[in-house]
Design a protein around this ligand. Structure first.
Ligand code: AHG
Ligand code: MN
Ligand code: MN
Length: 321
């Protein structure tokens, strides 16, 4: 079995700075995994406060944020961090070569009901490490990301990494306390039959989205369904299932959330990079996610990603109008 660390040696990846960040993520995720498995119900509750985005903060949101921030603040390679849970960017080592954006705990409304959650990371090079950090360092197009990672705390804990045009998956072995390569060279199936959307929003979405979802519900000539609907409500888990099995994930603009629900920099961009390196694409309906230039650090966007043919079909509905 190839461990997380030996994998990068085999790949001839000698970028020690980046490897230190990946090591932080792997180690942090092991702590989150322990907290989740500890069975201590107090960790699964709400903090009864709202975050900067006016969302309920769960205890585990705070724990996960602190765990990863502790690692990142001690890492001399990191010049700054943007987190969903912090209003402002966090200064690291002024000479660090990288910056990291993260959603430390994705799907937190699912924690108390035992449904998979995740952690998402987007890593950029800090082009000129001698110029001091500012918000604009994070307002980069997603295509400039050096690396993207998510961890899915599910039936097992897995870490998915997109680097150098490839996507690889590692599973946490609890006995060895180590991640091992279990899903080399992941590619998203070109076609799929899973559609993932919160249908509670369906009456307030663009007609193109509405019509596409209707098309997923069409029956074949034998009267059997052609697609299956699945929506967990944890982006990482919904995307991961679709990446492995073939499907489309859609979180469109809605009347409640006219700019979409998901955050561009630390949710959509890293997932879009993983989708790209796994052979697929992502869009907001008009423009490719990785081409969007963020205007603010907590900006939201509509998000469509998954199997190429499904995404193309949905986008063709926009072009036909
Ligand atoms: P987070 O827990 O980090 O705030 O993210 C929740 C996100 C995402 O994981 C999920 O796809 C989406 O919110 C679910 O939103 P709805 O409850 O509106 O479906
Ligand atoms: Mn999230
Ligand atoms: Mn979150």
């Amino acid at each position: 079995m190839i461990s997380f660390n030996t994998f990068f040696k085999k790949k001839n990846l000698h970028n020690r700075s980046l490897l230190k960040i990946l090591d932080n993520i792997a180690n942090g995720s092991k702590i989150i995994n322990e907290v989740l498995l500890s069975g201590d119900p107090k960790n699964l509750k709400s903090e009864n406060i709202k975050n900067i985005q006016n969302e309920d903060v769960q205890k585990l949101d705070v724990i996960a944020n602190n765990v990863f921030l502790d690692y990142f603040k001690k890492n001399k390679e990191i010049q700054g961090v943007l987190s969903e849970e912090n209003e402002n960017i966090i200064q690291g080592n002024p000479f660090g070569k990288y910056i990291v954006a993260m959603d430390p705990l994705d799907g937190s409304s699912n924690i108390s009901v035992n449904i998979p959650v995740g952690s998402i990371f987007s890593i950029y090079e800090k082009k000129d490490a001698s110029i001091s950090l500012c918000e604009s360092d994070f307002l980069k197009k997603g295509k400039e990301q050096k690396c993207a990672v998510y961890v899915l705390y599910g039936t097992s804990t897995i870490l998915i990494i997109a680097l150098n045009d490839e996507v690889h998956g590692f599973t946490l072995n609890l006995k060895e306390d180590e991640y091992f390569l279990t899903f080399p060279n992941i590619k998203i199936p070109e076609e799929g039959n899973i559609f993932s959307i919160n249908e509670g929003n369906i009456k307030s979405v663009d007609p193109e989205i509405f019509n596409y979802v209707e098309s997923c519900k069409e029956l074949d000539q034998n009267g059997k369904r052609t697609h299956t609907g699945r929506f967990i409500g944890s982006l990482v888990a919904d995307f991961h299932r679709n990446m492995m099995k073939g499907g489309i994930f859609i979180y469109p603009k809605t009347s409640d959330k006219p700019t979409g629900q998901l955050r561009l920099i630390y949710e959509c961009n890293p997932i879009a990079l993983i989708a790209k390196f796994a052979g697929s694409k992502s869009s907001d309906g008009n423009i490719a996610i990785l081409e969007k230039k963020p205007k603010s650090i907590h900006e939201r966007t509509a998000f469509i990603t998954g199997s190429n043919k499904m995404v193309d079909k949905l986008l063709s509905f926009y072009k036909n109008e």
